[in-house]
Design a protein around this ligand. Structure first.
Ligand code: ZN
Length: 422
């Protein structure tokens, strides 16, 4: 995942353009990917796909002849979607177009102007503060022209048409936690999903934030009715514990399972309620679609000091954090896949597990948990609780619940009523 992020880091991603296409080509080397091009001018609900942005070069030459804010040095130096400029101007004229962050004076902030004609440069505030009066040469060699917005989609067919959706945004240039971590986790998740037999079909979508999820929904109207569960995975690679943001209703299966994951398996993790701002979860969950899509991040939005700045670089990606985010997605998938109302075939007290050989089959350091998991599953499998509910109430890792179900089913103590197996 770190190696993929390293390859993707220098590409100049934006809402549209070659940086996104190059990103998807690189991902396609890992795993087959369908590319969806949505032409400029296409209406997607209340939005319209903008012109495609391409940037060849951008820089400022100071009165003493130094080249600063050079996009060739860092993609973040030019404000995303800046229109073309080639002019000489005073510092006073240039100043409104220079963006620094006084609260973090040493970093280059990340700024875009997608939906208003504008241009600008981003620099460390400390550097802006040193600029002297005089004539500046300003060059932005950019093009805004009809083209398309590019999305990628990995489809992993399962035993049923019912689908689980994962979405991650792809529109940020040279930022690591916000957005490369999400892409890296989704690529590895897709690889894992393709290697197993799944009840659900899976769709992993790589697209820009906000308008990208809307464009995908507009292109995939036939898919909406099949989406049973969904998760937006972003900001998944820094060292903070995981944060799950609930779906709009907060009542979906993915909410119950992700809440249990955070409570049982993510020390220090947090669950936050739905809010109407954030990432693409609010599009999927909006009235009309009303899809049960939650969100998994580590720090939430602005909740880490490097957010939306040049400090969000590869150095803040942590291999264990990325693996942990992947493991969370895999566990949530495993719980969604096996969730059902099982029935205890031997009620009236605790069945004698030793006589059936499953007490002795328990060994190793997790044996305590596995024994408890069998007792929880037997106790709650009277038709009132599904496995997601047992997972939540038991406080145990899902892997133990799953193994307990296997052992109990094998011993004939648990069965899946045929009518609720779908
Ligand atoms: Zn962002």
């Amino acid at each position: 995942m770190i190696a993929l992020a390293r390859d993707l880091f220098p590409l100049n991603r934006s809402l549209t353009g070659e940086g996104v296409r190059a990103t998807l080509r690189r991902i396609a080397r890992e795993i087959p990917l369908d590319v969806i091009e949505v032409p400029t001018g296409t209406r997607v609900f209340d939005w319209e796909i903008p012109r495609e942005w391409s940037l060849r070069q951008a820089y400022i030459v100071t009165p003493d002849g130094r080249r600063i804010a050079d996009a060739a040095v860092h993609n973040l130096h030019v404000m995303g979607y800046s229109g073309p400029v080639r002019a000489r101007m005073t510092l006073g004229e240039l100043r409104p177009h220079l963006h620094g962050d006084p609260a973090r004076p040493t970093v280059i902030p990340y700024r875009t102007s997608y939906y208003a004609d504008n241009w600008g440069f981003c620099l460390p505030q400390a550097e802006i503060d040193t600029l002297a009066d005089g004539q500046y040469e300003v060059v932005i060699d950019a093009n805004l022209a009809p083209g398309s917005m590019t999305l990628g989609e990995i489809f992993v067919p399962g035993e049923t048409d019912a689908e689980t959706l994962f979405y991650t945004h792809t529109c940020h240039p040279s930022l690591a936690n916000d957005n490369l971590s999400g892409m890296a986790v989704c690529v590895e998740l897709a690889r894992w999903l393709r290697a197993r037999r799944n009840r659900f079909s899976y769709r992993l979508v790589f697209g820009p934030g906000t308008i990208g999820s809307l464009a995908w929904l507009a292109m995939r109207r036939d898919v909406w009715p099949r989406i049973r569960h969904g998760l937006v995975v972003v900001l998944a690679g820094n060292r903070a514990p995981l944060t799950y943001k609930a779906t709009r209703t907060g009542q979906a299966d993915i909410d119950r399972i992700a809440r249990a994951y955070i409570a049982n398996e993510e020390p220090g993790g947090t669950v936050i309620p739905f809010s109407a701002w954030g990432y693409d979860e609010r599009q999927f969950g909006s009235p009309g679609f009303a899809l049960p899509v939650g969100r998994l991040t580590r720090s939430a939005e602005e909740g880490y000091p490097e957010y939306h700045s040049s400090a969000d670089d590869l150095s803040i990606l942590d291999a264990d954090a990325l693996s942990g985010s992947l493991r969370a997605c895999q566990t949530i998938v495993a719980a969604l896949e096996s969730n059902a109302h099982y029935r205890n075939t031997s009620p009236y007290g605790e069945p004698q597990l030793g006589r059936r050989g499953i007490y002795r089959s328990i060994g190793g350091p997790a044996s305590g948990n596995l024994q408890k998991a069998m007792l929880w599953v037997l106790s709650l499998s009277d038709g009132t609780e599904d496995l997601a509910g047992i997972y939540a109430r038991s406080g145990l890792p899902f892997a133990d619940i799953e193994r307990a179900v296997g052992l109990l089913t094998g011993a004939g103590l648990l069965e899946l009523p045929a009518d609720v197996s779908a």
